[in-house]
Design a protein around this ligand. Structure first.
Ligand SMILES: [Zn+2]
Length: 261
């Protein structure tokens, strides 16, 4: 990968990072400044647990034009003894956010599946009541996360970093949901296959920073890597693709007037 080597000045469109863990980035202020310089003007900051929910909301207050918060409870962070407090906090603060996330299921972590499903189900219902889009983690649980999301009658959902089977991808698309692309497009055949198949008007781009993709931790400025690889896969020039995916994100997160809830 060539993280950091792209010509970032050439794009006309301001990009939106659809999924970044700003609360997990060491020097998050510098990461935001780097992103702004690189033309990544807005970032959807996601949260994983009570602590990161609080940090994410505080961070968004400091950058009201650039950092748009989502709060959630990640399956990796779920602990039986914290569920009640975390869900209460999310319920009380979701109105301050553009989305619910990161939430979902992960069948590779040790957290009991039953507990994960109970928490995810409650969060999906909360999103429906609050009319918020949902940012979904579905690693090794693609079928079940899709079914639960569809059955809960969620209005908008993005299956983040989708790398699952194509038959479930087809259901996600048919249902009107979205998938998102990460810098892993550089090397992940499953992720590449999914993004090749998904219609471009259902794709959001993101970094999932600070995830480590090559030899260093990522940051939101690396969104250009995602755009670059998606451009090659979709055979759409980067500037045109930038316009499309930014519009997708504006529509998905309700960032344009016509789409406000
Ligand atoms: Zn994430």
């Amino acid at each position: 990968m060539n993280l950091g080597n792209l010509d970032r000045a050439k794009l006309q469109t301001a990009l939106i990072d659809g999924h970044v863990h700003l609360s997990e980035i060491k020097d998050s202020e510098r990461a935001v400044e780097n992103a702004l310089k690189a033309g990544v003007k807005r970032m959807i900051a996601v949260a994983m647990d009570l602590d990161s929910c609080r940090k994410t909301l505080a961070f968004a207050e400091r950058y009201p034009d650039n950092v748009l918060p989502a709060i959630g409870y990640h399956p990796w962070s779920t602990k039986a003894e914290d569920v009640e407090d975390t869900l209460l906090f999310i319920t009380q603060n979701i109105h301050r956010c553009v989305a619910l996330g990161e939430v979902g299921l992960d069948y590779k972590v040790k957290v009991k599946k039953k507990l994960q499903k109970v928490v995810f189900s409650k969060l999906l219902n909360l999103a429906v009541q609050a009319h918020k889009p949902v940012i979904i983690h579905s690693r090794f649980s693609y079928q079940r996360t899709y079914e639960m999301t569809a059955e809960a009658n969620v209005e908008k959902a993005v299956f983040h970093w989708y790398s699952g089977p194509v038959d479930i991808l087809d259901k996600i698309i048919a249902r009107g949901f979205f998938v998102s692309a990460t810098p892993a497009l550089a090397y992940s055949p499953h992720h590449q296959a999914a993004m090749a198949r998904a219609p471009v008007d259902r794709i959001l781009i993101e970094t999932d920073a600070p995830v480590q993709y090559a030899d260093r931790f990522s940051e939101p400025a690396d969104l250009h890597e995602t755009l670059f690889h998606l451009s090659r896969i979709k055979k759409i020039p980067e500037d045109k693709l930038a316009r499309i995916v930014t519009k997708n994100a504006e529509k998905f997160f309700g960032l344009c007037d016509a789409e406000l809830f």
